[in-house]
Design a protein around this ligand. Structure first.
Ligand SMILES: C[S@@+](CC[C@H](N)C(=O)[O-])C[C@H]1O[C@@H](n2cnc3c(N)ncnc32)[C@H](O)[C@@H]1O
Length: 530
């Protein structure tokens, strides 16, 4: 069937279902685009990728590797690492509008691009310190500034002998450039270029921007609107948050980590609705997700999860709580204008959620309970505020999937990995030394908060699927579904039924990275006795 036929196939569509249908088709086309191998460079393909990223047809992170495969076909010497410094392809690829769109849409990259962009940024820094002309690179540096702010300025040169001198020099030169900007030592195009280089390394303070804004240059405006202004707003929001529950003393250590390094890093978010596993839809009864009115997102982080929940539960009021002010401030700043009052963000500890005196039809807590001192106490606290018959979705780490990541993390002293600079050094080491590059496929590797969360968490527990099942039993919950992990359909000859825990455990024994991000399970509370 043609796409237009698919869109037109329902004669009674309301404007909302029209919009939903269009978004669903866009999303399908986005996945199709991401899956095609061997795409030949053509303006139409460039345009399709740019629109898919710009309009977030699918999660931008899912387009990173397909876009890089395509760019490699377009600029083979530059992206296969054979081009030597100064070669025109290197310049062409870092100025390619498709690459710039990718940088503005997601902090995720690939190891090769990470290194290439770090080299280009370092080259631009050295040149601007000599007052050289880098005008043509300003759009790339501006895109790097946006990505930098969202990723915690994770970009780094690999720890290789040829970069030793650059590593030593970079911080000194950036500090010197910052002083130049504060003391208005630059003007005109040189000033704009200097600001763009600085912003690719660190967030400009208002003092760095004053003179540059007076030039009226659009690049300066972009940096001001996408980096400096949101940063100041978020600082204010974080200060203004008042806790609505007590903070359990055991939560302090984890709160401190996310205060310093909020998680996850995200820029673009698709607008299409989220499909829930069939047993969850059935358990909701005839009204389905539309009938749900109250949802709790426990441990919402920087808000991406709350935005996904808002799409999964389209008519619900959503309470999204977290113990990290900086994470909440990022979430509020990014989402409040878009979602209005439908998502309410509060500073609260899920262990103390009973203090609110409210109950919820649905609770989601993804990637949170395994960071508590006592995850079962967390599950009990959440279950105690679930309506009878209510649905809960929890995400917990798989021990099998995390073995390799944990082995990498254990080579470093966790106590020392608490500063941005230490995490950058780890990234530089990993880019040069890590012999298992698939570990660098995760979007988490490309941000400071993501690396800290994945490799150097102050506290985490890991489980087998069997243990997850036992935990749900002890909380009086009935398993409805194990969310099918992304690779399952490609890899497994037969995909287990959603609630077949033993079947999923067997699948995981065959592919121990099947649940690499985590197990996501859905369960239901007992109904009220008649
Ligand atoms: C790994 S992040 C997950 C964020 C989000 N759920 C997601 O999937 O994108 C864990 C979040 O849980 C929050 N958190 C940890 N312990 C918490 C607690 N006791 N109460 C509320 N939030 C908590 C952290 O501050 C952090 O933002």
């Amino acid at each position: 069937m043609q796409l237009s036929d698919r869109i037109n196939s329902d004669a009674d569509m309301t404007p909302t279902s029209w919009q939903e249908r269009c978004l669903a088709v866009q999303s399908e086309f986005g996945w199709f685009l991401a899956a095609i191998e061997g795409l030949r460079p053509a303006p139409l393909v460039d345009r399709a990728f740019i629109r898919a990223l710009d309009e977030c047809w699918i999660q931008p992170e899912s387009l990173v590797w397909p876009v890089v495969r395509y760019l490699t076909a377009k600029w083979p010497r530059a992206l296969s690492g054979v081009a030597v410094a100064g070669e025109p392809q290197l310049f062409a690829v870092v100025c390619d509008p498709l690459l710039l769109k990718l940088l503005q849409r997601t902090p995720a990259l690939t190891p090769g691009l990470d290194t290439l962009l770090a080299r280009v940024r370092c080259g631009a820094l050295r040149r601007i310190m000599e007052h050289g002309d880098i005008d043509a690179l300003v759009p790339t540096l501006t895109a790097l500034a946006i990505r930098g702010w969202h990723s915690g300025y994770a970009l780094t040169l690999p720890l290789e002998p040829r970069h030793e001198a650059d590593h030593a020099q970079e911080a000194t030169l950036v500090a010197e450039l910052g002083r130049d900007l504060e003391e208005s030592k630059r003007e005109g195009r040189d000033l704009v270029a200097a600001l763009a280089v600085y912003a690719a390394y660190a967030p400009p303070e208002p003092d760095h921007l004053t003179a540059a804004l007076a030039t009226g240059d659009p690049a300066v405006k972009v940096i001001e609107q996408n980096v400096t202004a949101p940063r100041l707003r978020q600082r204010e929001i974080a200060r203004s948050l008042e806790p609505v529950t007590g903070l359990d003393p055991s939560s302090r250590k984890v709160a401190d980590q996310y205060e310093a390094h909020p998680y996850p890093s995200w820029i673009g978010q698709p607008a299409h609705s989220v499909r829930l596993p069939e047993p969850v839809r059935l358990a909701l009864g005839p009204g389905g997700p539309e009938a749900v009115r109250s949802v709790l997102v426990a441990g919402c982080g920087t808000g991406e999860h709350a935005a996904v929940a808002a799409r999964a539960w389209p008519r619900a009021d959503i309470l999204a709580i977290d113990i990290s002010r900086t994470s909440l401030a990022y979430a509020i700043d990014r989402l409040q204008a878009r979602t209005g009052d439908r998502i309410r963000f509060e500073l609260a500890d899920l262990l103390e959620i009973g203090q609110l005196g409210r109950r919820f039809q649905v609770i989601e807590s993804m990637g949170v309970l395994h960071h508590l001192a006592d995850p079962e106490a967390g599950l009990r606290a959440l279950t105690s505020v679930l309506e009878p018959g209510g649905i809960i979705g929890v995400g917990l780490y798989s021990a099998a999937a995390r073995t390799k990541l944990a082995a990498v993390g254990s080579r470093f002293d966790k106590e020392e990995m608490q500063s941005d600079e230490a995490v950058r050094r780890f990234r530089a080491w990993a880019l040069a030394e890590l012999k298992a590059p698939e570990m660098l496929y995760s979007p988490d590797f490309y941000s400071i908060g993501g690396c800290r969360d994945a490799f150097f968490h102050v506290r985490e527990h890991c489980y087998s699927l069997e243990q997850v099942g036992e935990m749900l039993d002890r909380a009086g919950l009935t398993l409805l579904a194990v969310q099918t992990p992304p690779m399952a359909r490609e890899r497994l000859a037969s995909v287990p039924e959603p609630a077949d825990l033993a079947g999923w455990a067997a699948a995981e024994r065959a592919y121990n990275d099947l649940f690499l991000s985590m197990y996501e399970v859905w369960a239901q509370a007992a109904q009220r006795p008649e």
